[in-house]
Design a protein around this ligand. Structure first.
Ligand code: NDP
Length: 453
């Protein structure tokens, strides 16, 4: 049996080793999930809801432990990791309301009545990336379970620890064996098997556009349902009429949150030409004040990158001679550190401007007017997120409608909430997660005609 050593990204020291599942073990887990699903879908809605609430309570009772695991295994700052563990609890509680609300319609027709039912799809394969191991795991897992499906989840090789622990908590809370299984292993082995196996009826994948495209092609073989959350290259658009102080003060957190390893990172700041100089004066201290350091320190705002290989990848976007306007700080010594970095001015063909860096690197580009801002924002194959800063309500709405992206914020740098839909336009993905309609993606609508004549 092969093992993977999880490293602490802040120290480069081993945290623990995790056994890696192979294709046969994946098949066995899928078989258990198929069996368990027959019983799970038959659990009375109120009882399924109660089990999910007990699961949420078990997570709540272990928030500190889960946060510590994420600090050690993923390098997330303690405050963020604590929030993330609480988020898993909240997502479970939100979707614990689903079982009792999975109601259909009755449609009068000549000679009878049609009724509709929301039937679970069956076994759901959940493929989770390393950047937000807890939240992204919960976004697929909670609505899938609530809708009567069973779940086989593959965490990222680099960051499996919290998902493994959360699945143990599910068992402790009384979820039956086989309803939620976490299978650590390689994407090309476990993830691929989930995609290829005919009895996995839906895949929820979050990760790179490249692998997402392969997953989608694999799902085509069995017309498997698929939700994809992929990359982003989002714009933070700052108009001259905005509260420039707030826009500049929050811009670092819009892109350097989780060390920039965030598909929603606003990694292109677009600033109206007339206020560019003033904006840069305000942005510089904001960037330099980001507290980068030991993730276990409660005051830390930004931790290390996930791995040495990823740091090398991020560094390739800031080669010698790159147009660095200014940078924040980062610790020396062990750990995969990279300082917050602002690039300006950048050429339109600079990879830091055109590609998803997935690290703490942001570009600043001026624009002339509203039409110019929208054109620049949309000049990317991605369309996941973004922000608009303006005091003109009409402009806020016009630009929101014109930017081709799934989750926008006006005069704010955050746009992801579990009770609102999340997902991308263009190559940023397919389908929507979160929000009240998420269970629709985990059920099939069945339509039954009942003759009355
Ligand atoms: P990947 O797309 O490679 O990995 C995401 C998940 O898919 C992981 O669990 C991975 O497993 C799994 N996987 C890999 N290959 C396959 C496969 N053939 N079949 C099924 N599952 C597979 O992303 P990376 O982690 O390599 O990151 C690369 C880039 O992707 C980042 O730099 C960023 O641009 C983007 N990304 C975007 C994310 C987002 O939130 N939208 C999240 C993560 C990455 P494992 O890694 O364990 O082998």
């Amino acid at each position: 049996m092969s093992e993977f050593t999880v490293l602490n990204p802040a120290t480069e020291r081993p945290v623990t080793t995790v056994a890696q599942a192979d294709a046969e073990e994946t098949d066995a887990a899928i078989a258990r999930a198929v069996t368990a699903q027959q019983a799970w879908r038959a659990v009375a809605p109120g009882d399924r809801a109660a089990l999910l609430r007990r699961f949420a309570a078990a997570v709540d009772a272990h928030i500190g432990e889960l946060a510590d695991l994420e600090v050690a295994g993923s390098g997330h700052p303690l405050g963020q990791a604590t929030w993330e563990a609480g988020h898993v609890r909240d997502v479970l509680l939100y979707y614990s309301a689903t079982p009792e609300r999975l109601i259909g319609k009755q449609i009068p027709v000549p000679g009878g009545l049609n009724v509709t039912f929301h039937e679970p799809v069956g076994v759901v394969g959940l493929i989770v990336p390393w950047n937000f191991p807890m939240p992204i795991f919960s976004w697929g897992m909670a609505p899938a379970l609530a809708s009567g499906n069973t779940v086989v989840a593959k965490p990222a090789q680099l960051t499996p620890l919290t998902a493994i622990r959360i699945a143990e908590l599910a068992l402790d809370a009384g979820l039956p064996e086989g309803v939620l299984q976490v299978l650590p292993g390689q994407g090309s082995v476990v993830g691929q098997r989930l995609v290829d196996h005919p009895q996995v009826r839906k895949i929820v994948f979050t990760g790179s556009t490249e692998v997402g495209s392969q997953v989608m092609a694999g799902c085509a073989r069995y017309i498997k349902r698929v939700t994809l959350e992929l990359g982003g290259k989002s714009a933070n658009i700052v108009f001259a009429d905005s509260d420039l102080d707030r826009a500049a003060a929050t811009a670092p957190y819009a892109v350097f949150d989780n060390a920039g390893q965030d598909c929603c990172a606003r990694s292109r700041i677009l600033v109206q030409h007339s206020v560019l100089d003033r904006f840069m004066e305000l942005l510089e201290p904001a960037v330099k004040n980001v507290a980068v350091g030991d993730p276990a320190d409660p005051g830390t705002e930004m931790g290390p990158l996930i791995s040495a290989a990823h740091r090398q990848h991020v560094a390739s976007y800031v080669p010698d001679g790159a147009p660095v306007a200014f940078r924040g700080s980062a610790p020396d010594g062990p750990g995969f550190w990279f300082p917050p970095t602002v690039l300006a001015p950048v050429g339109a063909d600079d990879p830091a401007y055109t590609e998803e860096v997935f690290g703490p690197v942001v570009t600043v580009t001026p624009f002339e007017d509203e039409a110019d801002a929208v054109a620049i924002a949309n000049d990317t194959p991605y369309g996941l997120s973004g922000s608009i800063w303006t005091s003109d309500v009409g402009r806020a709405i016009r630009v929101s409608r014109a930017v081709e992206t799934g989750a926008l914020s006006v005069n704010s740098h955050s746009s992801v909430r579990y009770w609102t839909p999340f997902g991308g336009f263009k190559q940023s993905g397919l389908g929507r997660e979160l929000g009240p309609d998420a269970p629709d993606a985990f059920t099939e609508t069945k339509n039954v005609f009942i003759a009355t004549d």
